[in-house]
Design a protein around this ligand. Structure first.
Ligand code: DX5
Ligand code: ZN
Length: 221
């Protein structure tokens, strides 16, 4: 079942609560939060204090995307601040197994994430142990970039592998998605779809969210 996970990276942070309430009222299930360290990606975004405040404010599923070097250093902190899903990058650590284990032991969902240049085959062996695989459809680091169409084939191949091996991991996709290409993304076999600037750059977010939600209803009927 396809679900929307709006990314707050391009939200108006002076009105974040108000904007999250809009998503809640429209029954959007997930909230995507991008954490960047200026090392793994050339940008710095937000961290634990913001996630803690969001956690107190909403029951939405907090889908956190760590774009940080050696995520194993901070798993405990992100668990404590109330994340529900912790996605870390396969390229950012030498201890993929350790990260998966640590996140699962804390009772949280774990997602393994790959950049556009990383082949899905490199992470196949971990798919039996994760709840999600997050496929980047732009180079991580910034919102508002152009969707890389090659990611659709990647999603297809991962979906096939999951099916063939009767696994339960979901596929998430992130970067450059809007109403113009979301159907292709759903048709490729994606379960969780991150949309950032295409929602938060709009004047009327409520109206925009309604368009996505009715499209999801159509697919999930
Ligand atoms: C990019 C982030 C994305 C970003 C998506 O590194 O991981 O989640 O916010 O934004 P759009 O939808 O604008 O590409
Ligand atoms: Zn993201």
């Amino acid at each position: 079942m396809a679900k929307l996970s709006p990314s707050v990276l391009n939200a108006d942070f002076t009105r974040l609560g108000e904007q999250i309430k809009i998503l809640e009222n429209e029954k959007v299930p997930y909230l995507h939060i991008d954490v960047m360290d200026g090392m793994f990606v050339p940008n710095i975004s937000m961290g634990m204090p913001i996630i803690k405040s969001i956690r107190k404010f909403t029951d939405m599923v907090l889908d956190v995307h760590l774009m940080i070097e050696r995520p194993e250093r901070y798993i405990d902190d992100f668990v404590e601040c109330g994340c529900d899903i912790i996605n870390f990058h396969a390229e950012a650590t030498n201890d993929i197994e350790g990260c998966i284990k640590k996140i699962k032991e804390k009772g949280k969902k774990v997602g393994i994430t790959i950049k556009p240049q990383t082949s899905e085959e490199e992470i196949f062996k971990y798919l039996k142990d994760v709840d999600l695989v997050l496929v980047m459809s732009v180079e991580p680091g910034f919102g508002g970039q152009k969707f890389m169409t090659g990611s659709l084939k990647k999603v297809n191949r991962i979906a096939e592998y999951i099916k063939k091996n009767s696994l339960s991991a979901e596929i998430e996709i992130d970067g450059g998605i809007s109403l113009n290409n979301i159907r292709e993304v759903i048709n490729a076999g994606t379960d969780v779809i991150v949309v950032g600037s295409a929602i938060f750059s709009k004047q009327n977010i409520t109206e925009e969210i309604k368009k996505y939600q009715s499209l999801f209803k159509e697919y999930n009927r």
